[in-house]
Design a protein around this ligand. Sequence first.
Ligand SMILES: NC(=O)c1ccc[n+]([C@@H]2O[C@H](COP(=O)([O-])OP(=O)(O)OC[C@H]3O[C@@H](n4cnc5c(N)ncnc54)[C@H](OP(=O)(O)O)[C@@H]3O)[C@@H](O)[C@H]2O)c1
Length: 418
Amino acid sequence: MPTTKSADRPLQIGLIGFGCVGQGLYDILEKLPELNAHIRRIAVKNPTKARPLPHDRFDFHADDLLQDPELDILVEVIDDPTEAFRLVSTALRQGRRIVTANKAMVARHLTELVALQREFGGTLLYEAAVCGSIPIVRTLDAYFSHEPLESVSGIFNGSSNYVLSRMTEEGSDYTPALAEAQALGFAETDPTLDMAAFDPRSKATILAAHAYGLLLEPEQVLNLGIENVTAQDIRYAAALGQKIKVVASLQKLPDGRVTAFVTPQFVAATAPLYTVEREFNGVVLEATYAGTQFLSGCGAGGHPTGSAVLADLVALRAGLRYSYAKLTTTEKSTYTTDLEVEVYVRRPDEDASNLLTFSTISQDNPAEGYAVGYVSLAQLLRHRDALRRSGTFVARTGKIRLLQAKANTISETAALTV
Ligand SMILES: NC(=O)c1ccc[n+]([C@@H]2O[C@H](COP(=O)([O-])OP(=O)(O)OC[C@H]3O[C@@H](n4cnc5c(N)ncnc54)[C@H](OP(=O)(O)O)[C@@H]3O)[C@@H](O)[C@H]2O)c1
């Protein structure tokens, strides 16, 4: 691996991927020569694509960078999660230091990535994978490594937040708001990962490891999206003085277990996330002793995401590794979906099948097609895809209640502060 180097030698970086994030990082490093960090080699995929740098600046086989002992640190910012995992896991097996921005890959393989670092001594950092420029992974991993957290919740996806902001501002429906977001580059041509909340679910899965020491499979976390939201739903929220946001929540329950979900949620005007608009992201931490913290910032884009990659590069140079302190503590958290959440459910028409059984209903408005009441989280997980297909829109009110296993009685009601 890397040979002996003099202390003042520039950091030699191997960059894999030169799209939005790769070019953002490149541009920042060009503007900050005082960092003494040099992108020595760049690997991309397509040899015929037009590039903003001379052709001889590029490699077309990322594996060549993995084999180059002169490279001190690798940065993986490609758009293919399967190939990203192959490259990152190979680098870790070589004991290398590597940075990634690929949330889907990290969320899917976190258990293995942690094990590879322990076995081979390499280091992986991934701040850019969660909420772009917001330094949430390191805040949880380092600063709150030993403090219990009551909750970590936030708006983790700028594309869906942009659509909801525009619907709220304009009183418009979902389709034109999405088309505008796509035209402005805030949403992908295939918007499913963002609008159906798969992307923020990956981020919530990653944060669960650092906040609670939970290594979850993404499928264990409910993700409900906004593809079926209408102007009627936005008006309903506004009449209550609230907004609809897609909120990812990790929450410690009154019995000490931890739950997680990513769903549309009604957010009150007094809550920090109410102010997070358009492509911005926001995270609210409730720490047991520190109290409430709120971070907001740009969740995507070349420079904001490049900035997070840069922070990881500088941290790696200084020898930082994630502590994963809550993975190693003796007081392990237990994950549960055994609870009820209060939801607003609106079916597209009377004929749409009623997929959810309420345990209690507080509002029933057949004329407007909606009801509000408690349903089990297990039902929502089971019927996620069918709800989406049927055109049903579901949003949480923020209230949850815990079922006690023995008596099956309701023990607590908790409102989540977002
Ligand atoms: N864009 C954002 O704002 C943002 C924010 C946070 C995280 N991320 C994450 O960052 C990563 C990169 O996103 P992006 O938006 O920069 O993607 P992008 O603009 O689509 O660029 C992807 C780059 O990866 C290269 N690539 C693909 N497969 C490759 C392979 N096998 N070997 C070498 N290079 C390969 C492509 O090569 P060609 O140029 O030859 O096509 C391209 O340069 C993704 O994991 C994404 O989820 C992005």
